[in-house]
Design a protein around this ligand. Structure first.
Ligand SMILES: Cc1cc2nc3c(=O)[nH]c(=O)nc-3n(C[C@H](O)[C@H](O)[C@H](O)COP(=O)(O)O)c2cc1C
Length: 212
């Protein structure tokens, strides 16, 4: 091997080695290296073992395995009165209703990430979860802080067009609050409770949680 051949061979090996080291384009940072986050999961279905609850559970499993501290609030199983627009809170103060929203107030302000898990109800969030969103009014001044967000959504139809209103709502909410989308799992074609279990979406929700 002459000098030129040696240099060429060495460069080729070096490039190949370097390429091998970085070729895994989806390589995730080691779980240990990531900063633990406070995560608040807000669910919206009244079905305890429903499809969106399954996605939420898998997302939580992944996030906890990744070292994050997860708190869950099942809006449909709690008492959250709809906002009555009395403006007593002044958009950042005590609410006239001393109900279960107090739990959300305590956990959402320090949260690094908020996950919304909802069935699609008439092209939007479930009313139970929407009641929680509307009560953000009383903490509006405290939640315009940088946070990440996740959307987990299930629905019976399988038309991307029909997903658009809920996805647009989510995007506008994040835009308004200054939050950043950290990922979505949208599961179409699931109607009865449990239907999502036969699909790839629970695994996607798990992987999303694990990847944070
Ligand atoms: C009140 C109500 C409204 C619904 N609206 C829609 C809809 O607009 N589009 C759709 O595809 N599915 C709709 N569905 C079906 C649910 O989105 C679907 O069954 C979903 O997977 C339920 O999730 P869950 O098991 O977490 O409750 C509706 C169901 C209910 C009960």
């Amino acid at each position: 091997m002459n000098r030129r051949q040696f240099i060429t061979a060495s460069l080729t090996a070096a490039v190949a080695g370097f390429g091998a080291a970085v070729s895994s384009s989806d390589a995730q940072p080691a779980v240990e290296a990531r900063k633990p986050m406070k995560i608040l999961v807000l669910t919206g279905s009244p079905r305890k073992n429903g499809n969106s609850a399954t996605l939420a559970a898998q997302f939580i499993k992944g996030a906890e395995e990744a070292g994050h501290a997860v708190t869950r609030f099942d809006a449909a199983l709690k008492n959250v009165h709809p906002c009555i627009a009395c403006n007593s809170c002044g958009m950042d103060g005590p609410c006239v209703f001393q109900d279960d929203f107090q739990f959300v107030r305590e956990h959402i302000v320090p949260a690094d990430l908020v996950a919304f898990a909802t069935p699609m109800y008439y092209f939007g969030f479930s009313s139970q979860l929407k009641a929680v969103l509307d009560r953000f009014y009383a903490i509006n001044g405290s939640i315009h802080t940088p946070k990440k967000a996740v959307l987990l959504m299930t629905y019976a139809d399988s038309s991307a067009r029909k997903e658009q209103p809920l996805q647009a709502h989510y995007e506008m909410l994040l835009d308004y609050l200054g939050w950043t989308d950290a990922g979505r799992v949208i599961a179409p074609g699931v109607w009865p409770a449990g239907a999502v279990s036969g699909t790839a979406y629970p695994q996607k929700a798990y992987e999303l949680g694990r990847s944070l």
